[in-house]
Design a protein around this ligand. Sequence first.
Ligand code: ADP
Length: 421
Amino acid sequence: MNILLGCIADDFTGATDLANNLVRNGMRVAQTIGVPQRSLDQEVDAVVVALKSRNLEPEEAISQSLEALEWLRTQGAQQIYFKYCSTFDSTPTGNIGPVTEALMHALKTDFTIATPAFPDNGRTVFKGYLFVGDVLLNESSMKDHPLTPMTDANLVRVMQAQCQAKVGLIDHRSVAQGPAAVQQRIADLKSQGITIAVVDAVSNDDLLKLGPALKGMPLVTAGSGVAIGLPANFGLSPTPQSSTLPHAQGLQAVVSGSCSVATNGQVAHFKATGRPAMAINPASLMHGQTDAVVQQVLAWAGPLLQNGPLLVYSTAEPDAVKAVQAQLGVAEAGALVEHALASVARGLVALGVQQLVVAGGETSGACVQALDIAQLQIGPQIDPGVPWCHAPAQNGGVHITLKSGNFGTEDFFSKAFDTLH
Ligand code: ADP
C-alpha cells in the first residue's frame, strides 16, 4: 500500500478531528490507535496514527512520534502531518516544539510551518496571536486547563520557548495574497535562518490559499484546519462515500472526563434533559478505591441503560478541579480519573453499549486503550472536529465518538445519538 499523507496526532480526539477534515475533503482515511505492527488491510489515502503523547515527557513523546514516522514511511507516505491541538496545548518543555524538531531532523528537512488555526471552531491566528472565539488564548478557558494551562497567546513566543530552531511568522498579508506570496515569505524566512514559521489564518479561505504552498513540504505541523487544503494537492476532491459507516446498534452511553467550559455546559444540558447521570468524585478514588467506585457506577448503569443514553462524568468546574489537584497532584488526579473512566467505559461496553460518546482528549485516549481498539473508520461529522467513528469487532463493533474538550454545541451528547440514526 502506498499512502499519500501520513499523520501523527498527539492525542486521540485530535486524530479523529484531523481524519474528519481529510475525509470531508475527499481522502479515504484510517485512524490507528498507536503505531501498527504491520500494514493495514484497507486501501486508504491517508493514515492518522493516534498517539497519546501530548502530556508525556518530551523524550518519550519524541520516541513514539519517530516510531510512528518510521511506520508511515514504510507505507510510502509522501508527506508527514504532525497534528496537535487547536489551542496549541503544550508547556514550555513541549511537546509541540521538541517533536517538531525531531521529525524535521529525521526527515532531513530545513523548514516547516506551525499553525493551530481552525476557523470552523473559532480558532484563528492573526499576527501570530491565537484567538479562541473572540478572545486571546490566554484569556480563554485554556488558562485553567488541568494539564496544559495556556498563558501566552503569542505562538511565535510559545513555540520559540520549546525549540532550539529559530521561529518566525508568515503573517496574514502573505497568506491573503496566496500561495506564491507564502512561498516567497518562506524563502525570505529561510534566508534569515528561520526554520519554523507560525502561519496566520483567520478563515477557511486562508487555509485553502495556504494549501497549495504546502505541496511537497516534507513535514507540516498544525491543528486540523490546515488539512482542508491538502487533499487537493494530491488531486482529490470531496465525495460522500468517504464517510459511510456500518449500521449502529446496541445501547448508548456518554463518558466525560473533560473539564472544559464547553463540556461543563454539555453535561449540564444533558442532565437538564432528565436523562440519568452519575458523577465520579476524584477524591473517592483515593486509597485504592477505584475498582469499588467503578463497580458501583456499573451496578447503577446496568438497568438504566435499557431506557436510553446515560452519562458518567468527572467533569467539574475549575475551582473543584484545582482543589482536587492541590490534594492529589495534577498528574495523579488526571491519571486516577482517566483510569476510573476507562474502566467504566470498558464495563459499559460489556453491558451492551455499542454507541459511546467520550468527552476529553486524554479521557478518550484512556478509554480507547481500555477498549482495546486498534483501528477506527471515520464517519459522519456531528459538529466541526468531531465525527462518529466505528471500531470493528465480531459483535458488530462499537460506534464511538471522541470529543475534544472544547468542541461541540451544548446539546452535543443528545445530538450525537440523533446524528447516528
Ligand atoms: P480536554 O479535552 O478538555 O482537555 P482531557 O480528558 O484531555 O479533557 O483532560 C482532562 C484531564 O482532567 C484528564 O486528565 C482527566 O482525568 C482530568 N480530570 C477530569 N475530571 C477531573 C476532576 N474532577 N478533577 C481533577 N482532574 C480531573
